[in-house]
Design a protein around this ligand. Structure first.
Ligand code: CA
Ligand code: CA
Length: 232
């Protein structure tokens, strides 16, 4: 099955640019704006746990962090975080985002560990129409140092017409626990696991497309089943 899935995903990547991101400044290119945080903004130094900055160089912020470029372009900004032991703190909170009722949305982000020990465990939460924040999933404590990894969650809006998004860090370690976040995303198609959106495939690709859709759909259903969503 994987032999068919891989060429399908390559094909689908060509159309992902049309996916719209509802998160303002999700790529952090506009700097420290468009979001709030319970962490302390510390643009000059990333030495202490519980601080964050928006910048292009983790190593310039804290000399022992991995020297990597951002996820968006390799040369842009990212959210730099020195993880706190208090796992209830919000690392990143969006504003209120207008959404369509009865619609499935993907809430995604790309994350990279910046220190060899205690990589982050990002928790994705959302609240509908100003309600209590609900956890979608806590993802990965096995990130490789300095490598961007896409993390994907999804939810249905039900009757709601606005959503607020939250990222927390379930990794409580005092040492290590340093990471970068980029391309925080909300949209109706996934950018982490892109599927077919728009465009008309060539007839020769139909068999592969149909097979790929089934495989991707199955993977998405399995992933959703592991992420219980309780609607208020
Ligand atoms: Ca970026
Ligand atoms: Ca740290």
């Amino acid at each position: 099955m994987k032999a068919y899935l891989v060429p399908f995903l390559v094909l689908a990547c060509a159309t992902q640019a049309s996916a719209g991101n509802l998160v303002g400044n999700g790529d952090f290119e506009a700097g420290n704006t468009g979001f709030t945080s319970d962490y302390v903004h510390s643009p000059a130094s990333g030495y202490d746990p519980g601080v964050y900055a928006v910048g292009a160089s983790p190593k310039a912020w804290q000399g022992s962090f991995a020297a990597i470029g951002d996820h968006s372009s390799g040369a842009g900004n990212m959210l730099l975080v020195n993880g706190a032991s208090d796992t209830t703190k919000n690392v990143w909170v969006s504003g209120e985002i207008a959404v369509s009722a009865g619609q499935d949305y993907f809430f995604e982000a790309f994350v990279a560990s910046l220190y060899p020990s205690s990589p982050p465990m990002l928790t994705f939460l959302y609240s509908l129409d100003g309600g209590t924040a609900q956890e979608l999933a806590t993802l990965s404590n096995t990130l490789a140092l300095g490598a961007w990894e896409g993390m994907s969650t999804s939810f249905n809006t039900g009757s709601a017409t606005s959503v607020q998004l939250f990222l927390r860090n379930a990794q409580p370690a005092y040492s290590g626990n340093d990471f970068a976040v980029d391309d925080v995303y909300l949209g109706t198609t996934s950018i982490v696991n892109p599927g077919p959106v728009g465009g008309v495939p060539e007839p020769a690709t139909w068999a592969m497309m149909l097979f790929g859709m089934g495989a991707v759909g199955g993977a998405m259903r399995r992933r959703k089943m592991k992420m219980p969503v309780s609607l208020a």
